[in-house]
Design a protein around this ligand. Structure first.
Ligand SMILES: [Zn+2]
Length: 269
């Protein structure tokens, strides 16, 4: 009984430590020794004949997850990586972060059951103007609803982050500092109204950013901003940024990790 108590208290301490919020130092892979591949999917289809650069088949995705687990990789949340940067958490030996952009309906119908089956974590970055009480249809795409997001968030297997209030690239003249900050705040308020408090992680629509957006979003409370790995050569080191790579539909996930790790060697400015 005493042993069980000690284990319980140790677990509680670890969990409390993982709750700490980040330090004031900018965190990016060039100021940290921890390397964690971050890989991005978009849409998934059951019909394997329908694929494009941004869509993979359900069969490929499940196979990727199988390969990850068979090769000793453990999918983690960005929050765990940030906590590890701050010495608050130990990471598994081979951590990896799996992300999905846009919040397509396929994440609930296809991806989530596979995550559940293999007990692995993933993150989905949503567009709040496309997120409603029932799945919202825009052009040919259907987007996740708040109740679906709540179920997945509550499962502990899915983190829900922000991919913009809209899906417009935020570097045009209409995106003044004030508009960027207002949109960011409004979007996060909506997410937290439906899902409760979350770490504020942000993926740029279309991957487009500049130094003004990095600063404005950082000032607005973005705790992490994700950019494509090849953009690390730009002047980004003063901000909390992490690089990611798109999963190549023609490559298995282990090859995609190798691609990410090689791309990460780009020298930062
Ligand atoms: Zn997108």
């Amino acid at each position: 009984m005493k042993k069980i108590k000690i284990i319980f208290i140790s677990l509680a301490i670890i969990i409390i430590n993982c709750q700490f919020i980040y330090g004031s130092q900018a965190q990016n892979p060039y100021t940290e020794k921890i390397v964690c591949p971050i890989l991005t999917y978009h849409d998934v289809r059951l019909d394997s004949s329908y694929t494009n650069d941004w869509t993979v088949s359900a069969e490929k995705f499940e196979n990727d997850i199988k390969q990850l687990t068979e090769n000793g990789y453990t999918p983690i949340f960005t929050k765990e990586l940030v906590d590890a940067f701050n010495g608050k958490c130990e990471l598994p030996e081979k951590p990896v972060i799996i992300q999905f952009d846009d919040g397509y309906q396929s994440f609930f119908n296809i991806v989530y059951p596979i995550l559940y089956k293999y007990n692995v974590k993933a993150e989905v970055y949503i567009i709040t103007d496309y997120t409603k009480d029932i799945p919202y249809v825009n052009n040919a795409d259907t987007f996740l609803s708040w109740p679906q997001l709540k179920i997945m968030s509550d499962s502990g297997l899915v983190y829900i982050g922000l991919h913009g209030k809209t899906h417009k690239a935020v570097i045009g003249s209409e995106f003044t500092k004030e508009k960027l900050q207002n949109d960011f705040t409004a979007a996060w308020n909506e997410i937290e109204t439906h899902l409760g408090p979350q770490p504020h992680y942000y993926v740029y629509p279309n991957g487009l950013f500049n130094n003004e957006t990095l600063k404005s979003l950082s000032d607005s409370g973005a705790q992490m901003q994700f950019i494509w790995v090849w953009n690390l050569s730009r002047n980004v080191k003063n901000y909390n940024i992490l690089p990611r790579a798109n999963i190549d539909k023609n490559q298995d996930i282990i090859s995609s990790i190798e691609y990410f790790n090689n791309a990460l060697k780009i020298k930062i400015k």
